[in-house]
Design a protein around this ligand. Structure first.
Ligand code: RUB
Ligand code: MG
Length: 487
């Protein structure tokens, strides 16, 4: 590499055969002011020892937009200055001397409208394997309104979902059928019926239930919908069960979704592992067929959990709001899976606000205008039980599905009793909240009081009273975390 690396090399010098630094190629523009229409990404970069952080940021800008490792003369045939991504700011990460936040702006014309696949092929493409970096993490993105408007967003959204289900003023309640694998269709349907009749609004297939030898998908759909219909008749309430249509091909997924519709289901489910294009196709299908679309984030922790490398879940949540799912698993804080309170609050805000103001303490690096895209219902699931109801409502708010799998099906008096315990706990807590009580601090008393008239709740509180999952979070914000933030 040659010459003064702080200057962009222009003209004939630039196109001499050889290698220039990325800064010299023009990928570091410290005085650049991002335009309203630019896509902006903030990456956490850990440069290799001896690599200048600004050069590392420029390299990320280069590799995630137009560059290759050497200058190519064909650049002269393009509007290079427009198409080059521009690294414009590098900040040291607080308390992590080897890490930097690099801000990079991308011209809108670099991306095909309405395609998460195209966006991600640049932003999380080759660049993650780039040798001058020890590690790289996509922390957040600012998606300009002009780009947001190229996506349809959630087909149903929180408001219409509540109207269709006729449920207002409280979180929705669900349960994942357990055991995850092995039940026959008939026994599976029994679990669904018991849970819905006992008081839940939804049941759901687990992420890995598709069409296995012990239960083919049509069996599952038939028995589940029989259970939904019977539970609706028994309770007079609208019920649903997320029929997981995840399959090996789009054709199979469409076939399964069509059958779910034919049977009268109001919701279908997909797993994140089907990929962004498949998710967008299913979102289009859901929109055309008046179907709520539930997304299980299976697989995300392989790349979202570690702070130094991968993609933050807040970015996945943003992409999924664009892609158009109606539900997304977003964490529980108190349950069995990773979920720092402040970071989780950031995810919930991405799902539910019309405009996210920058909130560094919740991991939100930018203002984000959602340009009237529908709101996405967050789903809290994974190791939660009735005894945590006050904390769940305090932490997660009202527009959320609370899903108790083990916390319904593992109830000592049976599945329906497990469901009743959750419903009574929820209604007691919402009543206390609406009466203006300090339900967070009085929570255990409110639950104990409600349990006096409800033996299933009493049994749930007794059996699970000592169950907590207190571990140190891996993915935490870098700026003044507010540990007990409420939503
Ligand atoms: O099966 C469960 C929960 O079962 P249970 O209620 O018995 O613990 C879900 O797959 C997890 O919620 C996924 O995690 P996340 O929601 O964090 O993506
Ligand atoms: Mg599961």
């Amino acid at each position: 590499m040659d010459g003064d690396d702080s200057k962009i090399v222009q003209g004939a010098e630039r196109y001499k055969a050889g290698v220039l630094k990325y800064k010299q190629m023009g990928y570091w523009i410290p005085d650049y002011e991002p335009r309203d229409t630019d896509v902006i990404a903030v990456f956490r970069i850990t440069p290799q020892d001896g690599v200048d952080p600004e050069e590392a940021a420029a390299a990320v800008a280069g590799e995630s937009s137009t560059a290759t490792w050497t200058v190519v003369w064909t650049d002269r045939l393009t509007a290079t200055e427009k198409y080059r991504a521009k690294a414009y700011r590098v900040d040291q990460v607080p308390n992590a001397p080897d890490q930097y936040f690099a801000y990079i702006a991308y011209d809108l014309d670099l991306f095909e409208g309405g395609s998460i696949a195209n966006l991600t092929a640049s932003i999380i493409g080759n660049v993650f394997g780039f040798k001058p970096l020890k590690a790289l993490r996509l922390e957040d993105m600012r998606l300009p309104v002009a780009y947001v408007k190229t996506f349809m967003g959630p087909a149903t959204g929180i408001v219409v979902e509540r109207e269709r289900l006729d449920k207002f003023g409280r979180p929705l309640l669900g349960a994942t059928v357990k055991p995850k694998l092995g039940l026959s269709g008939r026994n599976y349907g029994r679990v669904v019926y018991e849970a819905l009749k006992g008081g839940l609004d939804f049941t759901k297939d687990d992420e890995n239930i598709n069409s296995q030898p012990f239960m083919h998908w049509r069996e599952r759909f038939l028995y589940c919908m029989e259970a939904v219909n019977k539970a609706q008749a028994a309770t007079g309430e609208i019920k649903g069960t997320y029929l997981n249509v995840t399959a090996g091909t789009m054709e199979d997924m469409y076939e399964r979704a069509e059958f779910a519709k034919e049977l009268g289901s109001n919701i279908v489910m997909i797993d994140l592992v089907i990929g962004y294009t498949a998710i967008q196709s299913m979102a289009n299908w859901a929109r055309k067929n008046d179907m709520i679309l539930h997304l299980h984030r299976a697989g995300h922790s392989t790349y979202t959990r570690q702070k130094t490398h991968g993609v933050s879940f807040r970015v996945i949540a943003k992409w999924m709001r664009l892609a158009g799912v109606d539900h997304i698993h977003a964490g529980t804080v108190v349950g069995k899976l990773e979920g720092d309170p402040a970071t989780t609050k950031g995810y919930y805000d991405i799902c539910r606000e019309e405009f996210n103001p920058m909130r560094l303490e919740h991991g939100l690096f930018f203002d984000q205008d959602w340009a009237s895209l529908n709101k996405l219902m967050p789903v809290a699931s994974g190791g939660i039980h009735a005894g945590q109801m006050h904390q769940l409502i305090h932490l997660l708010g009202e527009d959320v599905v609370l899903q108790f799998g083990g916390g319904t099906i593992g109830h000592p008096q049976g599945i329906a009793a497990g469901a009743t315990a959750n419903r009574v706990a929820l209604e007691a807590m919402i009543l206390a909240r609406n009466e203006g009580r300090d339900y967070l601090n009085e929570g255990p008393d409110i639950l104990a009081e409600a349990a006096k008239g409800c033996s299933p709740l009493r049994a749930a509180l007794d059996v699970w009273k000592d169950v907590t999952f207190d571990y140190t979070s891996t993915d935490t914000p870098d700026f003044v975390p507010t540990a007990t933030a409420s939503m």
